[in-house]
Design a protein around this ligand. Structure first.
Ligand code: NOJ
Length: 795
């Protein structure tokens, strides 16, 4: 069953049935002011941090699900009937209540029609602003005059810190007050505190309205809702009268009642505005919306900004769903993970106050082809999260202070120990950035280390290699340390992971090219030797004839051997054998074939098989999860990006695309009741064969899947493989694609690429015609580029 459709032209997903199997979310705002909103207006807002800057509440994991939110209630004052602008929370019968939610790029527009009253609420955070706007339009489509009340409602948190607000009730209930001032509710927190006490100073929030007079209000949540009621039937709405009660030692809220009379055909428009600003500042903000045309201007600015970024890479292929994902939704999701990391969603409550090193360094890869300038800023920031010993800080805090951070070597450091993989992610990310932009001067830029000192980017990369070299296991591979990419894998301090070994191999190969360019001959020789040694180890100790093992524990026992009773084939070592360039062609083919045979399912390849149940070792923490779930043999969606890329690098376009389709949210649009999560956003994992709910996806939006699948599709399937000197065009596509086109911004120039596939190939390009000039092979030199270029690539 579907609950909506993709509107490619407007870059929107339109939800036509509001009773979606899970709240289907969208992200609004920027790191300064972020908001998450569902198709039923559920969700929450925060300033800078989901954990420490929470302004509005959301009850995670609760019944009623997806509450509270940014509610608009409507009441017919002639008969007492009431409903909400979003289907929930009132939840009118769907045969009488029409609803559409348009999730767009950083805005959401929820439309309803009930008893001939149309309502439309546009939610957004204006570009570079630190508040949110809910513009409401109500239209009377009846033949008679309608007397209505409209209520804007928000449940404030009583305290910025989410955990404190949720659990420390003996404190948080007694620190806030609300006031009504003209057209707004002001909420104060610790209002007596003029200077910092225990690190806390007074705070203010506001919820106001522009374009309408407030008839009545409520600042006290329980007065608005009423005893033993809930958001589906708040007494203030049912009775038609807010009591003008302000909270004092209770829970706060902002509720503003506006009475309106509408003639037939008449529309009334107003805007609620919410943020963390004081009386003065919020008055000014509200005044700027007295002329409501401001809203349309700001909406256009948002679209210009986001569409501008997304339009840097657009495709037109025979597969509509692929187009929607690449042109809009996967790209937009990459920006969201890039900005918010794993900070705030309907699963992440906001408690992680920083960027996971590996997560963000990978997230960056998803936007390099769309916004290399933003990627650069974040790359520098993440490099400054590298410790001077070459390792990555497990978590780079939002308020990271380069040069002054503690490290896992400091006894007082509490977060975590070093992971084996963190700093190794820098290599592909920096390489992709340099290749996209040609900016190899970046390698000479000096960037501080997290703890002390500074060095060029080149030196940072060398230290990352050193970090692995100084922490070797018993067999010549890097030691597993706390874990590798797989959070659940404890190999022991001297245990070894083949995934990390392949990453190290790839990193050294990348750095060797850089060192060669820099004529750093001694270092090139060093890397040559290390590359050869590592390759030898991988060949002799890790290859089992048709698959690579997952690692060797400290006690010498192999993990992921084909002879193991459980977890005897792991996905990532096979895909990374290809990506790293460490395996030979025959090994790559055998390993990929084995993955396809043993690990593939209708929803993607499982991470390992069979899941652990009875034969796990002590460090196999995935045993904690149910079989076919998350790291215990679930379809870990991030890894799908790597298998797509691996197949594509081998020129096996049919398989690459098959893996893409299996895990693509859009492909599940018509089976949304199975997938549950949004059909326009990747989740962290999908339940696999041993689950009774095979195909159900979990942990929406904030996942490394966004960037790995993006890279798998753009670099792999679509074959956009820039180098410093130009662009390799090397698609690996389904053999029945006869033709497709790509628009790519590249080095400030426009590329219109038409790929022709007359012979039904699945990989490779034999000839290019660049602005009418024939070029043998697939490489487009940057020297041939004009401002706008017509390129025909023949497969
Ligand atoms: C989710 C974590 O955010 C990520 O860092 C990790 O690589 C995956 N889980 C796999 O364990």
């Amino acid at each position: 069953m579907n609950y909506g459709y993709f509107d490619g032209e407007n870059k929107e997903y339109v939800i036509t049935k509001p009773n979606t199997p899970a709240p289907w979310a969208n992200y609004l705002g920027s790191p300064e002011y972020g908001a998450i909103i569902s198709n039923n207006a559920g969700g929450y807002s925060f300033v800078k941090s989901g954990a420490n800057g929470r302004i509005i509440r959301y009850r995670f994991n609760a019944i009623n699900m997806d509450q509270p939110g940014r509610y608009i209630y409507l009441r017919d004052n002639d008969n007492g009937d009431y409903w909400s602008g979003s289907w929930q929370p009132v939840g009118k019968p769907l045969d009488k209540y029409e609803n559409q939610c348009h999730h767009g790029t950083a805005y959401t527009n929820i439309k309803s029609k009930y008893t001939n009253i149309k309502a439309e609420t546009l939610y957004y955070v204006p570009l570079d602003k630190t508040y949110e706007v809910w513009r409401v339009k109500v239209t009377n489509e009846d033949t008679k005059v309608r007397n209505l009340s409209l209520y804007g409602y928000v449940e404030f948190s009583n305290e910025n810190n989410y955990e404190q607000d949720s659990v420390n009730l003996q404190y948080t209930q007694y620190i806030t007050k609300t006031y009504f001032r003209n057209n707004k509710i002001i909420q104060t927190i610790n209002e007596n505190v003029k200077q910092s006490v225990n690190g806390s100073t007074g705070k203010e929030r506001f919820f106001g309205v522009a374009g309408a007079e407030v008839a009545a209000y409520e600042g006290d949540r329980d007065t608005f809702v009423g005893e033993y009621r809930n958001y589906s039937n708040p007494i203030a709405v049912e009775s038609g009268k807010c009591q003008k009660v302000l909270n004092y030692n209770t829970n706060s809220c902002g509720a503003l009642q506006i009475d309106i009379t509408l003639n037939p055909g008449e529309t009334k428009e107003l805007a609620f505005v919410l943020g963390a600003h004081n009386d003065d500042a919020s008055s000014k903000i509200l005044a700027s919306y007295e002329d409501l045309s401001q809203v349309e201007k700001e909406l256009q600015e948002l679209k210009d900004y986001w569409h501008g970024k997304l339009n840097n890479f657009q495709i037109n292929t025979p597969d509509e769903n692929f187009n929607h994902m690449i042109n809009t939704w996967n790209s937009y999701q990459c920006f969201i993970t890039f900005v918010w990391s794993r900070a705030a969603s309907f699963q992440y409550c906001g408690l992680r106050n920083g960027y996971g090193f590996r997560d963000t360094v990978q997230d960056i890869q998803g936007i390099i082809h769309l916004a290399p300038e933003l990627a650069l800023e974040k790359i520098k920031f993440m490099i400054s999260g590298q410790v001077d010993n070459g390792g990555g800080l497990p978590l780079v805090k939002f308020d990271h202070n380069p040069g002054h951070e503690m490290t896992p070597d400091d006894p007082a450091y509490t977060y975590d120990r070093y992971r084996a993989d963190d700093a190794l992610w820098l290599f592909p990310t920096i390489l992709k950035y340099i290749n996209e932009t040609g900016n190899d001067d970046f390698l000479d830029e000096v960037i501080p280390f997290a703890n002390k000192g500074e060095a060029t980017v080149y030196e940072h990369l060398k230290r990352a290699i050193n970090f692995s070299m100084e922490r070797q296991g018993n067999n010549g591979m890097p030691a597993g340390l706390h874990a590798d990419w797989n959070d659940c894998l404890r190999m022991g301090a001297k245990g070894e992971s083949t995934f990390v070994a392949f990453q190290l191999y790839y990193a050294m190969a990348i750095l060797k090219n850089i060192a060669t360019d820099k004529k750093d001959d001694a270092y090139v020789a060093y890397l040559d030797e290390k590359l050869a040694e590592l390759k030898e180890t991988m060949q002799t100790k890790c290859w089992e004839g048709d698959q690579f093992i997952r690692g060797i524990r400290e006690d010498g026992i192999v993990v992921g051997s084909k002879n193991d009773p459980e977890a005897n084939l792991w996905l990532n070592p096979q895909s990374w054998a290809v990506i790293s360039g460490c395996a030979d062609k025959e090994q790559c083919e055998k390993a990929l074939d084995k993955v396809y045979e043993r690990l593939n399912t209708p929803y993607g390849a499982v991470l390992l098989d069979p899941p652990y149940k009875d034969h796990a070792f002590d460090g196999a923490l995935m045993l904690l999860f149910n079989p076919s779930t998350k790291e215990n043999g679930g379809i870990f969606s991030q890894s799908q990006g790597w298998i797509i890329l691996a197949e594509a690098l081998m020129g096996r376009g049919n398989k690459a695309f098959e893996y893409y389709r299996e895990c693509s949210p859009a492909e599940m649009n018509d089976n949304a009741e199975v997938r549950k999560l949004e059909p326009y956003a990747h989740g962290q994992f999908i339940e696999a064969k041993e689950s009774p709910f095979q195909g159900r996806a979990h942990v929406h939006w904030l996942t490394g899947t966004a960037s790995t699948v993006m890279v798998g599709c753009v670099e792999g399937i679509l074959g956009m493989r820039p180098t410093v000197d130009g662009l390799n065009i090397s698609p690996s596509v389904p053999s029945d694609w006869k033709e497709f086109s790509i628009f790519k911004s590249f080095r400030g120039k426009k590329l219109n690429i038409l790929v022709k596939n007359p012979d039904g190939k699945e990989g490779g390009v034999r000839e290019l015609i660049v602005n009418g000039e024939k070029v043998e092979g697939s490489f487009l030199p940057v020297s041939m580029l004009k401002e706008e270029n017509e390129i025909i690539a023949t497969m």
